[in-house]
Design a protein around this ligand. Structure first.
Ligand code: SF4
Length: 351
């Protein structure tokens, strides 16, 4: 009998984490599905594997257990230990008397019950619900205001674990992103809202998800869905390397584009209007070039060959310093043994 993992056929993806995309660009899930053969196998990027391990470490701290190696596709490093511990400390701090803590709850999606979502953490207090999403990514901070991923999770949790709520019942959406660009100001951001507001946003999710499914299952014409390229929608779209709607938006009005193919002219040899047009659109051109590069990387990752290029592994990111971890751990009264990257010599450097 042959061994090995059976490849799952591509499916329509309405993942909560991509809701910002499919709620604006409603044509994107069908487009991605129709072009599944152009995408690399979904075996996770190095960043997503690192995020999976970091989530397991954080959940383990919150549940006071050891991380399950089966849920850790990468080695656990000192950054994960430290950020996981601070996240757990933050979540525990939200609990009030009589609260319920839910960790890594797997729940059927209310708008697509045959699929599940995993909710990082929820604190249900008698007088309010706190929904916390742990983001391990570096870079652009994610904000909780009207965050559709969290809206979806809250509705899932309320339907499964709580009875009917009043419109004014307080709901707090938290994003805990300790490595985001604004983490030096604060690793967390909170949006305080109400169950009534969550329901209003959830109704728009239900309406768009329903339309996307209807089109995919032949109950509605695809023409009623829209391609809506935007910075936010396209940022993580796996199809952006070959999406003509995005390309058209990035290169619209660049009449001067015709002069830069097939060779790039000297600026002094084109008209000043053409120079102005190119300068005005330089950001779009840069994004288009980045899309082409991302597509080339995807193509090579999937086994494709591009003459003159090799798919190389990215360089290692810098590590969170042992001295900094030791200092934080000592301030919090944590045993240094929990942080594998910390050596006695690091602790000796701390005051
Ligand atoms: S690249 Fe942008 S416009 Fe194209 S399908 Fe993806 S989200 Fe929609």
């Amino acid at each position: 009998m042959a061994s090995g993992k059976l490849k799952r056929p591509p499916r329509l993806d309405l993942n909560p984490s991509a809701a910002d995309r499919w709620m604006t660009c409603t044509a994107s899930p069908g487009f991605i599905l129709a072009n599944a053969d152009k995408l690399p196998p979904d075996d996770g990027t190095a960043f997503s594997k690192e995020g999976t391990t970091a989530h397991e470490v954080a959940a383990a701290y919150l549940q006071d257990r050891e991380p399950n190696p089966a849920n850790c596709p990468t080695p656990i490093d000192a950054d994960m230990e430290w950020h996981g511990w601070t996240y757990a400390d933050y979540v525990r701090g939200l609990r009030k008397k009589g609260s319920t803590l839910l960790v890594e709850q797997k729940l059927p999606l209310w708008y697509m019950p045959e699929r599940n979502c995993i909710v990082d953490a929820t604190v249900i207090n008698p007088q309010g619900l706190h929904q916390i999403d742990f983001k391990y990514g570096e870079g652009v901070p994610v904000h909780p205001e009207k965050n559709l991923q969290e809206v979806i999770y809250v509705k899932n949790v309320v339907e499964k674990h709580m009875g009917p709520l009043g419109h004014e019942f307080p709901i707090f959406l938290h994003i805990y992103q300790p490595r985001g660009r604004s983490a030096s100001d604060s690793p967390f951001h909170v949006w305080e809202t109400t169950w009534g507001e969550i329901q209003k946003l959830a109704r728009t999710v239900a309406s768009n998800a329903g339309a996307i499914r209807d089109a995919a299952e032949g109950r509605m014409s695809y023409k009623k869905l829209v391609f809506a390229p935007s910075e936010k929608a396209c940022q993580w779209c796996p199809a952006k390397g070959f999406c003509s709607a995005r390309q058209a938006t990035l290169t619209q009005d660049i009449k001067a584009l015709s002069v830069i193919t097939p060779t790039l002219p000297l600026a002094s040899t084109i008209s000043i209007e053409q120079v102005a047009s190119i300068v005005r659109h330089k950001d779009q051109l840069a994004k288009w070039l980045n899309d082409v590069e991302a597509y080339a990387l995807q193509f090579m990752k999937a086994g494709g060959k591009i003459p003159g290029f090799k798919h190389a592994r990215g360089h290692q990111k810098p590590r969170f310093g042992g001295i900094a971890i030791a200092q934080n751990a000592i301030e919090k009264g944590l045993p240094l043994g929990r942080f594998p990257g910390v050596k006695q010599r690091h602790a000796e450097h701390v005051g």
